[in-house]
Design a protein around this ligand. Structure first.
Ligand code: FES
Length: 104
């Protein structure tokens, strides 16, 4: 789908933190970094863990709660082992206090 989908309110995502949610059966993790919203798949590509339960490290990386591998939040790129497969990331925009993402 090419549609922007409403996912959450801007204020639902804490600053420098995550919010796990689901859109059309796809588990998505939202992040707020310096006021900016980012979105990736919520499932780690290494195993069965939710990245929304992980920690934001070094300002722009999410650390998986299970084996502490990392991904770059802005691109979904695997940033440290054991993660080697990139996460899918989604375009996000905020309008009128509402977050929309595009499930590409
Ligand atoms: Fe995420 Fe292993 S499940 S690093």
């Amino acid at each position: 789908t090419e549609e922007w989908v409403r996912v959450a309110d801007y204020d639902d995502v804490p600053e420098e933190d995550t919010l796990g949610t689901e859109i059309g059966g796809v588990p998505v993790c939202l992040y707020k970094l310096d006021g900016e919203i980012y979105a990736t798949d919520n499932k780690c590509t290494h195993g069965d863990a939710d990245l929304s339960d992980g920690l934001i490290q070094d300002g722009c990386e999410i650390e998986c709660p299970l084996h502490e591998g990392r991904f770059d939040i802005r691109s979904g790129k695997a940033a440290s082992p054991p993660c080697s497969e990139d996460l899918r990331s989604y375009p996000a925009r905020v309008e009128g206090g509402v977050i929309y993402i595009k499930l590409v």
